[in-house]
Design a protein around this ligand. Structure first.
Ligand SMILES: [Zn+2]
Length: 424
């Protein structure tokens, strides 16, 4: 009866220790028969019975430990070079793991699939953070990196930079690049940094045939990623993501507002300054402003923007949003060309001229969207998933940790394989 409850097919239960206030301790030994020496075929003899303590799944609501009375075997033939070896049983625990195999698989799904935190699971198992995390990495890496079929042909690929940690005494920002199947909304991989080097290596390793299938390559307005695509996916049409184009326009508008504020008031925004008060109204999409909001915004601009610089940049931002109301690529391109020429006008504030230069440099990628209609939307969705992982982890200290966790949650691993993978 006890063995049924313990639930491991290959063990004999030796006893159970039940001390109030402590974990339930279940003593077992392997039921495997006496082995023969792999060197000479002689029947082995027991040399030692070391006891290994493993973190196990909770039993009836109590944290549990499995105490595995192992066998260290010895070859009795003195002429044999094999000496001694430890009797292992993967069904109980993989070699060198400090957790049972079933607990390892269970926590990989809890954390990897359902985005529970390592800390929370460690509390449930009654063990420390590192034990859980090391186990998660061993099983998680196997599920991610040992499955050649996690993704197949990809026709639309996106690169996106993501902040994954702030490290060190100055909270230095650490960036990574995520590689996404834009159609499937699947995170393919994460590589360190936001330069082009690592994404290039990654694409190179995929082989030419795989790369040739990629027809669309989406990116933010980043020079390094553009160089990656020019070099590694020369046949793919590059598509600048609308989200990032509008985001850049809003960033320039913000920059202009702060500059004018400083120039007219001599300080940064205070609660009662007109430009500071309209900062949110400015970046809001025009069609989402109601009549009151609009009247308020125009009044604040009259009060705080004597040379109409913020107003001009606001109009520029709205014009950039209008790019995406076009349905025809040719007309959209003409519109972008006119827009960038208008913005280049020497009378415009510097922020607007800068936007004009960006539009000119990226006009083909921006209007490729009108043909492709692939966007980084799924990439943003993947980003939101990763944010959830990051919240659960309170930021990551190690890149490998971050990579495996992100891929388990947003990389669509084949969870059916969890029962059979071999931990790394
Ligand atoms: Zn031997």
């Amino acid at each position: 009866m006890c063995e049924i409850l313990v639930g491991l097919p290959t063990v004999t239960v030796l006893g159970i220790e039940d001390v109030v206030g402590e974990h339930l301790r279940v003593h077992v030994q392997s039921r495997a028969s006496r082995p023969f020496c792999s060197g000479c075929g002689t029947a082995a003899v027991v040399k030692e019975r070391p006891i290994v303590e493993l973190v196990d799944l909770p039993t009836h609501g109590r944290a549990s430990r499995l105490l595995w009375h192992k066998h260290r075997w010895n070859c009795p033939d003195e002429r044999c070079v094999i000496g001694s070896w430890m009797g292992e049983d993967d069904k109980i625990a993989a070699a060198r793991m400090s957790m049972t195999d079933r607990a390892g698989r269970w926590l990989t799904e809890q954390i990897g699939r359902y985005a529970r935190s390592v800390n929370e699971v460690a509390i449930e198992l009654g063990c420390d953070w590192h034990t859980v995390n090391d186990t998660l990495l061993a099983y998680g890496a196997a599920l991610i990196d040992d499955d050649p079929d996690r993704y197949g042909t990809v026709t639309a690929l996106g690169l996106d930079e993501v902040l994954f940690a702030r490290t060190g005494p100055w909270h230095r920002q650490e960036f990574s690049t995520q590689i996404v199947d834009v159609n499937a909304g699947q995170l393919l991989d994460v590589v360190p940094g936001r330069s082009g080097g690592k994404p290039k290596e990654w694409l190179e390793a995929k082989g030419k045939q795989w790369r040739d299938n990629v027809r669309w390559a989406t990116l933010d307005l980043s020079g390094p990623y553009r160089a990656v695509f020019d070099d590694k996916l020369p046949g793919a049409t590059q598509v600048a993501d609308p989200f990032h184009v509008v985001k850049l326009a809003n960033a320039k508008l913000d920059e202009c507002r702060r500059r004018v504020q400083n120039a007219t008031l001599g300080h940064r925004g205070h609660k009662y300054d007109p430009l500071y008060r309209c900062r949110r109204l400015l970046t809001k999409a025009d069609e989402r402003l109601d009549e009151n909001g609009r009247t308020k915004l125009l009044g604040l601009l009259r009060a705080g923007d004597p040379k109409n610089e913020v107003t001009t940049t606001w109009h520029a931002k709205e014009a950039i949003r209008e790019i995406y109301t076009h349905t025809n690529t040719e007309l959209a391109l003409q519109f972008v060309e006119r827009l960038s020429a208008d913005m280049a006008d020497a009378d415009n504030p510097g922020e607007v001229r800068s936007l004009g230069r960006t539009l000119k440099r990226w006009k083909l990628q921006i209007t490729a969207w009108h043909t492709a209609h692939v966007t980084n939307g799924p990439t943003e969705a993947v980003n939101n998933l990763i944010k959830r992982v990051k919240r659960a982890a309170f930021g990551f200290a190690s890149f490998e940790n971050y990579r495996i966790r992100s891929l388990l949650y947003a990389g669509k691993p084949n969870w059916a394989l969890l029962a059979t993978i071999r931990p790394r």
